[in-house]
Design a protein around this ligand. Sequence first.
Ligand SMILES: [Zn+2]
Length: 267
Amino acid sequence: MDAEISLPDRRAGLDRLGRFAGALRAVFGRLVDVALPHLCASCREPISTEGLCAVCWSKLSFIAPPYCERLGIPFPYDPGPGVISIEAIADPPAYRRARAAVRYGDVASTLVHGLKYGDRLDPAPLMGRWMANAGRDLLAEADAMVPVPLHWRRHWARRFNQAEALAGIIFKASGVAVAPAALKRMKATPPQVGLSQSERALNVQGAFRVPPTGLGEVAGRRLILVDDVLTTGSTLDACARALLRAGAAEVNVLVFARVVAPVRPPI
Ligand SMILES: [Zn+2]
């Protein structure tokens, strides 16, 4: 007699079904929507429409004004237009402005990890659309987007750069071109996880360069660096420095999620 199907088995089964449904949708478009279930992009529970289930949705924290005009760090109350955060004054980054779609938390990290390791690409369109929305002001003034590059060895091993995938979706929503060859990662830096802010900055120092073939994409242009997560901003700062050294007119930053400390009073 068959034993009852355990929850992990059921989840794995649903996950396989979801991927199969995703593949079929890619081939046959909306025709198969009636027959196949959608799965929540985070917890993989079946849902009636594309996106997130109600529980995961409620855990996702979108960033909206009021926030620091410079770094996009949310403020607990509105201090008036143009006010910037303590962080922006104490340690101003090389990039001019940063915007993020959501605060980094449980659901955001599940979406980011699924994308980073290329095993769950179905949430990418959703994440890219939220980013296009959060970065609307930056995109309106931009000449091109530059995805944060992986070192070629890591790119080869993963066969996928999540920042490039997100930039591709933002392009569809905004029409702002992607310049994937504008910036190169020269050093295969160890992961930033577990490092202090100064260690992170040292880790990525000199890691990025604009190659001679990328100069035309950079010089005199207003650029947006695109990445999945902003933690301390060290990587994005190193990228912005390289672009500005190569003559970029302005560099801004657009990420899916940013780490936000619990309370950020404006000054
Ligand atoms: Zn869910």
